[in-house]
Design a protein around this ligand. Structure first.
Ligand code: SF4
Length: 164
């Protein structure tokens, strides 16, 4: 899978101190995107799951979890769901950003998509919409984006927001 980068310490991409994988390639093309260099599918660098896991294991100390950001992480759903499964076994939580909505992803029958949804503790969904920009929002750029508790949403059969 292609990554545009790995940040080993972040406090702005989910709860606590986190490692962030920035995936390469994004179909959403949101105007005023802060990371347009992540759009090109051929840019960035190729990593195997094994290489990424080695980095995560070497740098896990003191971390609450891993964040998948982009680009569009669901373009790499099969590989990221495998990483999510392994890092949860290491007692780390998983936050996944996406430009798709939760409902769009739920309706997608591709097994990798569903595995990445299930492998995520929190999903921060929706495109960045500049006219809804709000710099006071936690972890998000615009007010249409939601922080969704995936396990609670699956259990209740409706969207349950984080902390609800
Ligand atoms: S989904 Fe994210 S990375 Fe993709 S264009 Fe929108 S803001 Fe940029």
């Amino acid at each position: 899978m292609r990554l545009s980068g790995i940040t080993l310490e972040s406090i702005v991409d989910g709860p606590g101190l986190r490692i962030v994988l920035f995936t390469q390639g994004c179909p959403h093309r949101c105007p005023h995107c802060q990371n347009p260099e992540s759009w090109d599918y051929d840019a960035g660098e190729e990593f195997s799951v094994r290489q990424i896991m080695r980095q995560l294991k070497q740098n896990r100390k003191g971390k609450q979890g891993i964040t998948f950001s982009g680009g569009e992480p669901f373009l790499h759903a099969a590989e990221l769901s495998e990483i999510a499964r392994k890092v949860r076994q290491m007692d780390l939580d998983v936050v996944t950003f996406t430009g798709f909505t939760y409902e769009e992803l739920l309706a997608n029958t591709e097994p990798g998509i569903q595995a990445l949804l299930t492998g995520s503790d929190l999903l921060i969904d929706g495109k960045y919409i500049h006219k809804l920009r709000d710099i006071g929002l936690q972890f998000r750029g615009s007010s249409n984006q939601r922080i969704i508790d995936i396990a609670a949403s699956r259990e209740k059969g409706r969207v349950v927001l984080w902390g609800e």
